[in-house]
Ligand binder design. Structure first.
Ligand code: ADP
Length: 339
């Protein structure tokens, strides 16, 4: 066998090995769940690849033994199978692209409809909560007026009922206020460099009375700047800190620790407390609007705060979750984009 034949045999066998790898690759394609139409094409392709390998080996054998009589016919068959192979690949490609483009347009249309529906819903929540504020303010004013004008004339029971009415009105007002600011959170917020240290320092001033009255200690290490919307980031920290203070253990001071860690363009933040903690079955649901894990235990609230936090973080491209041990405390962890 001359040099030329040797090179030809090596090339043919190399082609055979590549074909073997292609068969393995096709198995991976078949493991993807597609419909029958596509699968049958790929099975035919595997069959053709096996035939190719057979043809290659036979050709190499005929060259090695120097029997060239059948060579022309076998090469012809391999060429024909090659053309058939390409045809089926093109057909499969066409079917796949066709399906993909159909799916793409379907998904685009559904996402557009979803966006419109979401906008309508947020608009509805905004208008409803905005308009509800007015009659409530009137009601609150009327209660105060009745109490003032009939001071000393109302019996104890009636005053108690008016007080209850007043408390309910105030609670509804706070619910509507929270709902209103929740529904205002829409689209992508305007982003800028936010100094987290300044935000927490401002909050310590705003929450001074609450912090003092609950004997709370806020321990905060120096934090990096992040990319975000300052108002929303402040709201986020305010909700988490005030929750940490609110859900405290009775007869125990509150310690809130805020720590951060920078990793690959992400600022990982942890707000930990030594409060009453959360039962495992509520760890996911508390981020849903109106969801409360300690209902009936006398903690004031509307169940909007954490849904608000989640919405803020998600609009910044981050995520939030909580780890907690009932009776020991909770760690609220979230990611925000670093500068
Ligand atoms: P709200 O505080 O108005 O009840 P949130 O949406 O802020 O509503 O919180 C939802 C629920 O998650 C709370 O009612 C409470 O049960 C639980 N929760 C939130 N923060 C804490 C915390 N730091 N410790 C224990 N439970 C918490």
């Amino acid at each position: 066998m001359g040099n030329q034949e040797l090179i030809t045999v090596v090339l043919i066998l190399g082609g055979g090995v590549i074909m073997l790898f292609s068969i393995i690759g096709t198995q991976k394609i078949l493991s993807i769940k597609t419909n029958g139409k596509y699968r049958s094409n790929w099975y035919v392709l595997i069959g053709l690849m096996v035939a190719f390998i057979g043809g290659y080996l036979l050709t190499a054998y005929l060259i090695v033994v120097g029997q060239s009589d059948w060579l022309g016919l076998i090469i012809g068959v391999v060429f024909f199978l090659g053309a058939l192979f390409v045809l089926i690949v093109v057909h499969s490609g066409w079917l796949t692209m066709n399906q993909l483009s159909k799916n793409y347009f379907k998904q685009k249309e559904s996402s557009r409809k979803l966006q419109v529906k979401n906008k309508e819903l947020e608009q509805f929540a905004y208008i409803t909560s905005h308009d509800l504020q007015e009659p409530l303010k009137n009601l609150e004013g009327l209660i105060q007026l009745v109490l003032l004008e009939n001071k000393g004339q109302l019996d104890e029971e009636t005053v108690k009922y008016f007080d209850l009415m007043n408390t309910s009105t105030l609670r509804m007002q706070s619910l509507i206020k929270n709902l209103l600011s929740f529904s205002k959170l829409d689209g992508k917020p305007r982003m800028e460099e936010v100094d987290l240290n300044a935000i927490v320092a401002e909050l310590m001033e705003d929450l001074q009375l609450l912090i003092q009255s609950k004997n709370a200690e806020i321990i905060c290490e120096t934090m990096p700047a992040i990319k975000g919307n300052p108002q929303q980031i402040k709201q986020l920290f305010q909700n988490l800190i005030s929750n940490a203070i609110k859900f405290k253990k009775p007869n125990e001071g509150v310690v809130v620790r805020i720590s951060t860690q920078l990793k690959k363009g992400v600022c990982k933040i942890k707000v930990s407390d030594n409060g009453i903690g959360i039962e495992p079955e509520s760890l996911q649901s508390i981020f849903k609007i109106f969801s409360r894990a300690h209902e009936g235990l006398g903690f004031e609230g509307t169940g909007i705060g954490l849904a608000h936090c989640k919405k803020i973080i998600e609009s910044h491209g981050g995520k939030i979750w909580v780890q907690s041990t009932p009776g020991v405390g909770s760690d609220f962890k979230f990611h925000l984009p670093a500068i």
